[in-house]
Design a protein around this ligand. Structure first.
Ligand code: DC
Length: 225
């Protein structure tokens, strides 16, 4: 089977993981959620009370931490943490701690190793700019912040919890700003990426649109999917 990398970058809540998961299924390739990797480390920082600005303590924690995926589940030191990493507290800690270069270096090396073995679709903030600058296909998925906040509010309500969409929109905008303006590997739109705005599109419409680009690449590269 051909080895190729599909990079999907974009801000929080734009629909990256929903789209990447569906495309991975259609193509029969692995889906790697790099945000889940930053979240798993964030969970460990919270649990152990480690200060990510303390270089020695962080180095010790990183040397002693294993982050991996098992049948779509996010594994932290062998424990399935898929549900535990989706809290607001972990979101905030992941956004803040992912600005630290030592932490990024560890995860980027793991992600690059995954892309050497087999075809995959990987989503995050720096996949096209840093992890796989030579990725065969690069998408930048985005949506207006009010649309992203409404989607997030819907998820929270579906989980039976109250929420305030205006407050969520504020939090999303603050997180966008941090992710885009940090010194190390900020969220970047590379010039060669195909921009996908999901604000006014359904999921199937967007998947079909993205599959059109992927199939064109396969034809040109002589890959049989
Ligand atoms: O995609 P997400 O919301 O699950 O990501 C959680 C945080 O991790 C987000 O605030 C930014 C950070 N992140 C990153 O810095 N680089 C990545 N490749 C993926 C996520």
């Amino acid at each position: 089977m051909a080895v190729y990398r599909i990079a999907v970058d974009g801000p929080a809540g734009a629909g990256k993981s929903t789209l990447a998961k569906l495309i991975a299924k259609k193509l029969g390739i692995d889906y790697i959620d790099t945000g889940a990797m930053y979240r798993a480390i964030a969970l460990k920082l919270i649990r152990t009370g480690t200060d990510y600005n303390d270089a020695d303590a962080l180095a010790k924690l990183l040397a002693d931490t294993d982050v991996d995926f098992d049948s779509g589940k996010t594994m932290l030191d062998g424990e399935d943490v898929s549900g535990l990493i989706r809290t607001q507290e972990v979101s905030e800690m992941a956004s803040a701690s992912s600005a630290v270069s030592a932490l990024r270096e560890k995860l980027v090396a793991l992600q690059q190793a995954m892309g050497k073995r087999k075809a995959l679709i990987m989503d995050g903030r720096d996949i096209a700019s840093k992890v796989f600058p030579d990725a065969e296909i690069k998408f930048y998925v985005t949506a207006r912040s009010d649309v992203r906040a409404a989607r997030r509010a819907e998820d929270i309500r579906a989980a039976g919890q109250p929420c305030d969409p205006a407050q969520i929109q504020k939090e999303i905008e603050a997180r966008d700003y941090r992710d885009m303006h940090r010194a190390v590997s900020p969220l970047t739109l590379v010039p060669e990426a195909v921009i996908i705005d999901t604000s006014d599109k359904t999921v199937p419409q967007t998947v079909n649109y993205m599959m059109g680009f992927i199939e064109t690449y396969f034809k040109r590269a002589g890959i049989k999917a």
